[in-house]
Each structure stands twice: as C-alpha cells, then as structure tokens.
Design a protein around this ligand. Sequence first.
Ligand code: ARG
Length: 471
Amino acid sequence: MRLWGGRFEGSTDGRTADFTRSIEVDRALALDDLAGSIAHVHGLGRAGLLSTAEADALVAGLTGLRAEVEAGTLAWDPALEDVHLNLEAALAARIGPLAGRLHTGRSRNDQVATDLRLWTRRTIDALDAATARMERALVDLAGREGDAVLPGTTHVQPAQPVLLAHHLLAYVEMLERDRGRLADCRRRANVSPLGSGALAGAGYALDRGATARELGFDGVTANSLDAVSDRDFVAELLFAVALAMVHLSRLAEEITWWSNPRFGFVRASDAFTTGSSMMPNKKNPDPAELVRGRAARVIGSLAGFLALLKGLPLAYQRDLQEDKPPLFEACATLEASLDVMAGMVATLAVDRDAMRRAAGDGFTTATAVADALVRHGLPFRVAHHVVGRLVAAAERAGSGLGELPDATIAAMLAEAGDATGANLAADPAVPPALRAAASLEAAVASCDVVGGTAPGRVAAALAAARERLGA
Ligand code: ARG
C-alpha cells in the first residue's frame, strides 16, 4: 500500500522502488522524526484539529515507536520507501486509522528538513564533545612532555627551535576554531521548518513558534519555499567537518613522519599501530594514515554536496535526498577520526633527546643570535649578514654556532663594522653573549611575545587552554 497512491492506476516498477528508496540511510533520522511528529501532534491539538484524546493516543503510539527504535526492535520495511512512511505505517499498525490524522498540515518536505536539522544539532553537539576530548589529549601531552625542544620547520627545513607544547597547542588553536565553526553552524541550523508544508505553507492555523519551542529550536524559518529546500546548514556543517579533517590530517602527517626512525621524535603505542603481513619488522601508524586518507573523502563529500545544490530551482527537489549519505558519512568519519587520534596522542611516547638533537641541527638558533647582535647595536640587516657568514664558517668547521672561536666572530664583525661604523669587533663582551644566544634554551626564551614559544608564554597558553577545557 503506497501512502501516496490514490491517483495511480499502475504499480511501481521494481527499479523505481529500488532507485528511489532511502530507508537504509534515513532510518538514522528515526528518533528525530518521532520527536518532530510528537511536537506536530501537540500543535495539531492546540489548533483544534485533534481532540485531546486523539492527540494523547497519537503521542502514546509515537512514544511506543520511540521505545521500539531505541531497543532496535522496529522492523524496517524496504517496500515503504523512507523513514517517514515506515514510521507512519508502523504507527497505523499499532493504533489503527487514527494514525491517518498525523500528517495533517505536514509534508515530507518540511518533515525531512525538520528531522535533518534536529539530527544536525545533536550531531554537532557530539562532534563538539569529541573535538574537546581531542584537545584535552593534546593539552595533556603538552603538560607531560611540553618542555621538550624540537626544531620548528618552514619549507620542511630546520627553522627555529620551539617547545613541543607550543607545537601541540597550535593544533588546539585549530580545533578551537573548529568548535567555533560548529557552534556557528548550529545557530543557523537551529530553526524550525515545520509548518512550511510541501512548499507554500501549511493550510491550517498552526502555531509554528510553539512547535519550534517544543523541539528546542530558537525560532522558525521565514519563507516556506526556502525552508523546504534550504540545505545551507548541511553545506556549512560539511565545510566545518572537512576543515576539521584537514587539521587532523596535518597532525596525522606529522605523527607519521615523527615516528619514522630518522626523526625518532615519537613512538606510537602498539595499541595504535598495525603490522605488515610480509615484513616482520614493521610497525605502522595506520590510524594516522587513514585519518589523512579519509580527509580526502570528506573533502569530496563537501565538493559533491555543493554540486548537488547548484542546479536546484525552488522548492524541494528529490535530488535533496542525496544530502544524507555525504553528511552522515562525513560526520561519522570526523567523530571516529577524533576518537582514534585522541587515543594515539594520549599514548604517544616522546623521545626528548631525539627532538633535542634535531633541534640543534641546521643552525636553528641563528635568528636568535642575529637578534642578540641587534641588541648590541647592529642594524638587523647587517646582523643577518654577519650571522649568515658565521653559519657558513661553522658549517665549514663542522661546529655549532655556539662553539665558534672569538677570532672568527671578531673577523666577521670587523667586516660588518667597516660597513656600518659600529665597532662590535673590538668589544670583548660580544663573543660570549653571541655564544650564549646560540643555545636552544636562549633561543626559545627569546621569543617572548604573546603567542611566542618562550616558556612563560607557552605556560600561560597551556593554562588558558586547560581552563577553557576544564582539563
Ligand atoms: N526521502 C526524502 C528525502 O530525504 C523525503 C522527502 C520526500 N518528499 C517527496 N515529496 N518525495 O528528501
């Protein structure tokens, strides 16, 4: 029995039924659909379209279905196309012909838009919590091992030393922005389309605001044509999810490299690695690699979804049914990725010595040394040149910047002194000051600005993150 079959003489071809069916996917909306239906019944009661007894019986039937869905005992009938028709038919099977009054003043078009907004809202809340857990894992590791020094890189080349906590907190910043985007998306998603009908608005004097309040919406949509076909909130959530996946993917990339023995900065635990079927020596950071790989799928979901929307005239078009697979898959992927990455980060073993050795490679304190010369009066551009010459000399001598003899330092300064009129070459305090500035600790400590890697600044940032997260 097709609930919409009155005008049809012929039966539905099996191919049409198979092609249009969505129950396998949209059954995930069952609890949202039932919540929407219960609120709608209350609204029909308020509008005098149902007696109190009828409204009570419908709500009791819907509440019973909710228990069946929660228990996983409700049987879904693929012949009934989608979650809406399945639930309406199940209601009729439980309470009889009264179920036929449920769909008064409602279309599946405003119904599915309502369901999807409810789903989006609760999914955003779950993603927000998972993101906060991931942030906590990063903050905990920063608290445990954060004073380790590692080489910060640009162009994948050694650049300047930074504290591990500073590096980890960079990801906390990204994830906090992700949470902000989720909250922003939630705000626009959290309005009720119910009462928009199929496209033109319900044909009854429904109090849309009251129904919206019952469902926890902040308000109602203002235009019925827009309301039944608006999926901006899906696009926004997909973008927020895709960007969060990009952030996780960057971290995954770093963990993957860092656990290569040539780096040796970290070791992923047995619990978050897998082996090779052929090479007995292997221990691979597969979860991180798969996070990186799945980011690609989520980006595809976003791009595909925007393509889905771009050609749609007003109002509801069946194409919109294709909103759910990318949305559901992307959100599930992000949640699972956050969970596995949180576990991986929480169990990461940090090799501080390996980080420290690497931090000193590549003359990473050269900028700090140039800054020290500026503090002694040289223009930065001259100091840059002098330290560049010192780096070249140290490289030739196979030593570090901090081990250069006074004579070499004086010689390079003398060249520069000729050019500028300053005469640091003759100042005996300069070589020891310069060597002191070349230590990792001094270099890290010198970046003492808000947002910099100096230990005090990082400690303050860590404290702020902990406070924010209640961690
Ligand atoms: N399964 C549909 C969807 O997900 C529900 C709305 C169908 N409306 C309709 N008139 N066929 O979009």
